[in-house]
Design a protein around this ligand. Structure first.
Ligand code: ZN
Length: 241
């Protein structure tokens, strides 16, 4: 069984379409979305509809939650706040209903799924460092946990008491190790690459692969400008920061 795991689409339809095309060519059996389907980009309805149609498992991210009034935008930065207010104004009722009903966590064959952290899914904490990741392994039973939220693709490996971080590269699950894998972002990568990112997970082989996909950046850029969303949200797409 091959799972394709995507996260943080952020209403970037061009990136989502390119990723779905790539996933189709890879022949995945199931599609999982770890949340933040909306927020920042210009196509929240189209992205929500596509995810609803294509993914078998869809989780809730902090922007999804905020866009349907669930999370206060008080702690969002000014760009994120402006984008959420814009998104709230354009989201169709059925898309709002769908986003409202999404769970915070899930599981697939041997893996736990959450947008932010397994220990406190609703607190929307970030995991960047091994010392932050180390404690998270107590919060799930499975060998692997897939997360999103930071838009930075990487993975943590825990073997005994040691926890180390590795930048994306394909790997096979080792019997005595456990993993926390950040699948990166489809629609707004912040790890220095401007290509859309996602992961495939093959079971029972236990292989995890990171994929980067080029997409029509200039169209996504133009749409953000045209929607009068903050210009910064268009510009960051170009540099992947
Ligand atoms: Zn996000």
């Amino acid at each position: 069984m091959r799972f394709a795991i995507i996260s943080d689409i952020h209403a970037n339809l061009e990136a989502l379409q390119a990723v779905l095309k790539k996933i189709e060519s890879l022949g995945a059996d199931k599609l999982v979305c770890l949340g933040d389907t909306v927020g920042y980009g210009a196509n929240p309805n189209e992205c929500t509809e596509l995810v609803r149609e294509k993914a078998q498992v869809v989780l809730c991210g902090n922007h999804d939650h905020a866009a349907v009034g669930g999370t206060s935008i008080e702690f969002f930065n000014s760009y994120a706040r402006a984008a959420i207010l814009w998104t709230m104004g354009v989201l169709k009722p059925d898309c709002k209903e769908f986003l409202k009903g999404l769970p915070l966590t899930g599981s697939i064959d041997g893996a736990f799924l959450v947008h932010a952290t397994p220990s406190e899914p609703a607190q929307w904490n970030y995991v960047f460092e091994p010392h932050e990741a180390a404690g998270e392994f107590d919060a799930f039973q499975e060998q692997v946990c897939f997360i999103g939220h930071s838009h930075f693709a990487l993975f943590f490996t825990k073997e005994g008491a040691t926890c180390k971080v590795t930048l994306p590269g394909d790997f096979s699950l080792a019997k005595d190790a456990r993993y926390l894998v950040n699948v990166g972002s489809v629609g707004q990568p912040r790890d220095g690459f401007n290509t859309a990112c996602f992961v495939t997970y093959d079971m029972p082989e236990g292989v995890v692969q990171f994929h980067r996909v080029e997409y029509d950046l200039s169209l996504a850029y133009q749409k953000i400008i045209k929607a009068r969303l903050p210009r910064f949200l268009a510009e960051r797409l170009l540099i992947g920061e």
